[in-house]
Design a protein around this ligand. Structure first.
Ligand SMILES: [Zn+2]
Length: 624
């Protein structure tokens, strides 16, 4: 259940980001301002304005053709129609410049008024890591800030002919860089007239919010002009931690009503500050959203939402997700209205924090269309909403390429007190007829597996556990089998891969990945015995020899202490009947689950074996 682990990790990271880092700022920023040469013509604002949609599917394993190095990025115009495939253009561009780079969605920003793309590039050669400005149309690229000079970029703003870049640093003060940008794509760093954070342990909080990590459009200069103040967050552990309002004349006012540790500012304007408070009960976390009225210093709770629900907050409104649907809350009227009604689709894994995007008041949603996940524009928001396919694909879902997916659910109740003590969820793959004459036979077999899973019985003998069942924070056991993906190998074999996750209390659940394999020409379910003609013992030796080889080649492989240790542990544990065998194009992978060979923290242990060693064929071939 790798996905769940990733999501959890991301969630923790997000909490960290929301709460703000508390590491101590120590050394003064030693960066020198660049020489001030005669100012060239400032960058002309473009006559056409474009916006960017981006989705990073690298962690969504079920997307077959997801790019591993770049998110899917598209430029759209003011009306939300596709202008170009920016990922393709950028890759061509970097190839032309001979730069090998990686990029992820959280460190890129497309500035709409100048049409310049900013991204942190992890480069693989001399250019060096850092924040780059890229003008794909004029084929120009500049590194603006070296990766050594900052940790993360929080905001970028092109305001009154100047480019502002706010950076967050973990071990030194944060900073706001200011540049002039000339028409010939020269970036000149100039003095920051409003650099109130320089050499102080403060960080300016943007007055808008985009879900986790996204770079915001914000600058202190714009906030002073438009709002009359900026909210700063104290960054240091040693100083008294606080939030302050700072005004253009450098006067300051402490904001007492908002707790810097637990609360997170989403939005502020002349009248109010909107912030969230984490509200955890049992195994669920919610966000309570509050408004602080600056004139009266009174606070008021305005909404409670799911923890990961806030998509974007700007222009006096907040867009958030409830279930899978998108809503808009208007801070002026304190009213919620539906933007788009949506449901979780079985067998499709879309990262909720990236699922909805809003650009220039156009709403977009990542939606399954055939077997493709694509950006769709949402027209006529509300009950009458319509999806418009704008031809911006993100990836293909194999589950829907070869068939369809049906959801299954069951729960068990305690026979004595009627409390639900366990729930089960399943995603059932069903093959389309066009792929096999025996599709219905295969589908019956797959459905049988689901029925076995959902009809599992929990043994409850007496009422001894009912006291526990009736506790307020009782959490029932939960088990799910989610469809990870399906493949057809050699036009002959169907593999169906399932991610299993079980939680029965305690600090973490367990997970494993199981794979079923079918012969499309006969409809039979197969096992390793159909591909290996030797004995069980010979199979164990084959796996163990490969484990030994792994140990020698990778030196510190897994927790084995020697070649012999690796060989013996694996030989004892391997079984020809295992369902933790995954078939690929030219090899299979034998997997030991998280508890099979060692402690939980060791994770899974996987051994790849070429088919050639199995039965002399380079492709997967039946021997029985
Ligand atoms: Zn009970």
């Amino acid at each position: 259940m790798l996905k769940r682990i990733i999501v959890t990790t991301l969630a923790i990271f997000c909490i960290f980001a929301l709460m703000g880092c508390t590491s101590k700022g120590s050394t003064a920023d030693k960066k020198k301002a660049s020489d001030s040469s005669p100012a060239p013509q400032p960058r002309q604002l473009s006559s056409e304005t474009y916006y960017m949609l981006s989705y990073d599917a690298t962690e969504d394993e079920i997307y077959e053709n997801a790019d591993t190095e770049f998110p899917s990025m598209y430029l759209v115009d003011e009306n939300g129609n596709k202008k170009s495939d920016f990922t393709r253009d950028l890759k061509e561009f970097l190839k032309e410049k001979d730069i090998k780079a990686e990029l992820n969605t959280y460190v890129q920003y497309y500035e709409p008024t100048t049409n310049i793309f900013y991204a942190y590039l992890w480069t693989k050669d001399a250019e060096g890591d850092g924040l780059y400005a890229i003008d794909v149309n004029s084929k120009k690229l500049k590194q603006i800030i070296s990766g050594d000079d900052f940790d993360t970029v929080k905001y970028i703003d092109y305001y009154k002919d100047k480019l502002y870049i706010g950076v967050y640093n973990y071990n030194k003060p944060c900073d706001e860089f200011v540049f002039t940008v000339s028409d010939d794509f020269t970036f000149t760093r100039i003095k920051n007239e409003n650099n109130i954070i320089k050499n102080e342990n403060y960080f300016p909080i943007p007055n808008t919010f985009k879900s986790c990590f996204k770079i915001q459009q914000f600058s202190m200069a714009r906030a002073f002009d438009e709002l009359g103040y900026v909210v700063l967050q104290s960054k240091s552990n040693d100083n008294e931690e606080s939030l302050i309002q700072i005004f253009p004349d450098n006067s300051r006012k402490k904001i007492d009503s908002i707790n810097i540790i637990d609360d997170n500012i989403l939005y502020y304007d002349k009248e109010k500050i909107v912030y969230t408070k984490l509200n955890s009960t049992g195994d669920e976390s919610f966000l309570d959203i509050y408004k602080l009225y600056l004139k009266t210093n009174k606070t008021k709770k305005i909404l409670t939402t799911d923890y990961h629900s806030v998509v974007e907050v700007s222009n006096n409104k907040m867009n958030y997700i409830d279930g899978f649907s998108l809503y808009e809350f208007n801070f002026e009227e304190n009213e919620t209205k539906l933007v788009f009604s949506n449901e979780k689709k079985p067998g499709v894994n879309i990262e909720l924090t990236q699922c909805y995007q809003i650009q220039n008041d156009n709403f977009f949603v990542c939606f399954l269309n055939g077997a493709d996940i694509k950006f769709h524009r949402i027209d006529n928001a509300g009950e009458q909403a319509e999806l418009v396919d704008i031809d911006c694909p993100i990836g293909e879902v194999s589950n829907y390429k070869y068939g369809t997916v049906l959801p299954g659910h069951s729960e068990t109740k305690c026979p004595f007190c009627n409390t639900i003590i366990s729930t089960y969820d399943y995603e059932l793959f069903q093959l389309s007829d066009e792929h096999s004459k025996y599709a219905s036979k295969i589908n019956r077999s797959l459905k049988g597996k689901m029925d076995d899973f959902l009809n599992k019985k929990f043994e409850i003998e007496d009422e001894s556990r009912c006291e526990l069942h009736n506790e307020e924070y009782f959490i029932n056991a939960y088990e799910e089998m989610k469809l990870k993906g399906v493949e057809i190998l050699n036009d002959k074999f169907l593999t169906v891969t399932m991610n299993e996750y079980y939680y029965g209390g305690g600090p973490h659940g367990t997970y494993y990945t199981e794979q079923y394999i079918y012969d499309l020409e006969t409809g039979e379910e197969l096992s390793m015995k159909n591909f290996f003609s030797g004995s069980e013992d010979e199979f164990k030796v084959l796996i163990a020899e490969n484990a030994k080889e792994n140990y020698v080649n990778n030196n510190e492989d897994y927790s084995f202490t020697s070649e012999d240790d690796a060989y013996n542990a694996v030989k004892n544990g391997a079984s020809i009947d295992s369902t933790y065998i995954y078939y690929a194009k030219d090899h299979f992978t034998y997997c030991f689950g998280i508890y099979e060979l060692g402690a939980y923290c060791e994770g899974e242990y996987r051994i790849d074996v070429p088919y050639e060693e199995l039965n002399g064929n380079t492709k997967l071939t039946r021997v029985k």
